[in-house]
Design a protein around this ligand. Structure first.
Ligand code: AMP
Length: 279
């Protein structure tokens, strides 16, 4: 496994790699790797000749400076996990390699209604930052396929839109959510939960699973999830929406969508967690 830090290095390495391989898989991450990330890496290893992983805590997608400062960073352990998995290339850039003109100089994108809901509303500028970093990384790595988790459902929709808008020859592969044994969606931020918070955080996924198994009307389902979260101490609901999985617009009847999806964001102390359920 080779670890590269500079933009010029990854670009020239990828140029050579493309001569010898028919497919390159790419997994962009912010590090603090867990089994969720590693499931994306495994899928890429299965489906491609070479697998490239990036580890970069992208400052432009954080709308909360405390979240950026406290974001877990575990590079040594991350590299060991990637090496053991059989990853070929890891790109670990400094901020100026991605933003040579400074983080204030960013491309503007228009994702229309996709960014007018949920994370787009509650985290202003988040998807601009995500689109900037992923587009820049795509241009450097130029992969055949790139892997994204369904946990960040709206992000996945934005990336698909980015690829379509710029006609990028990259296949976007959605990957299932990996959960802890009790159901909590794995997240790099979970390590920041205090033991008491961790105990309560399990009720996020539980509320979603219950809603799915009962499958009442859309309105009742929404109410039951909202009430379930409100009844748990230490959990503060930011939003729960039931949306069409393609347009991401809220639905009022199940018949309005072929692939309805429930998306939730909850604060547990200073930690913000998201989760998703496909109905
Ligand atoms: P992050 O490091 O949080 O930016 O995540 C990098 C990629 O891993 C994104 O595509 C995430 O959606 C994906 N990911 C994070 N957590 C999980 C999980 N629990 N299951 C599946 N994919 C995940």
């Amino acid at each position: 496994m080779i670890v590269l830090h500079q933009r010029a290095e990854i670009e020239s390495y990828m140029l050579d790699l493309r001569k010898f391989s028919s497919s390159i898989g790419f997994v962009p991450t912010m590090g603090a790797l867990h089994a969720g990330h590693m499931s994306l890496v495994s899928k890429s290893l299965e489906q491609n000749d070479y697998t490239v992983v990036s580890i970069f805590v992208n400052p432009t997608q954080f709308n909360n400076s405390n979240d950026l400062e406290t974001y877990p960073r575990t590079l040594t352990a991350d590299l060991a996990m990637l090496e053991a998995a059989g990853c070929d290339v890891v790109f670990v850039p400094e901020v100026h390699e991605i933003y040579p003109e400074g983080t204030d100089v960013q491309e503007s994108y228009d994702f229309g209604n996709l960014e007018m809901v949920m994370e787009g509303v509650h985290r202003p500028g988040h998807f601009k930052g995500v689109a900037n970093v992923v587009h820049r990384l795509f241009k450097m790595v130029m992969p055949t396929r790139s892997y994204f988790g369904l946990k960040d459902y709206q992000q996945l929709a934005i990336i698909k839109a980015l690829v379509a808008q710029y006609s990028l020859p990259i296949e976007i592969i959605p990957c299932e959510i990996v959960r802890e044994p009790d159901g909590l969606a794995m997240s790099s931020r979970n390590v920041r939960l205090l033991p008491e918070q961790r105990k309560h955080a399990v009720f996020i996924s539980q509320a979603l699973f219950n809603a799915k198994s009962q499958k009442k009307s859309v309105e009742e389902t929404k109410k039951s999830v909202i009430n379930a979260i409100k009844s748990v101490p230490l959990l503060l609901l930011e939003y729960f929406e039931i949306v069409d999985g393609t347009t991401l617009q809220p639905i009022r009847q199940w018949s309005e969508s072929k692939n309805p999806v429930g998306c939730i964001a909850v604060h547990v102390g200073t930690v913000r967690l998201i989760d998703v359920i496909m109905f």
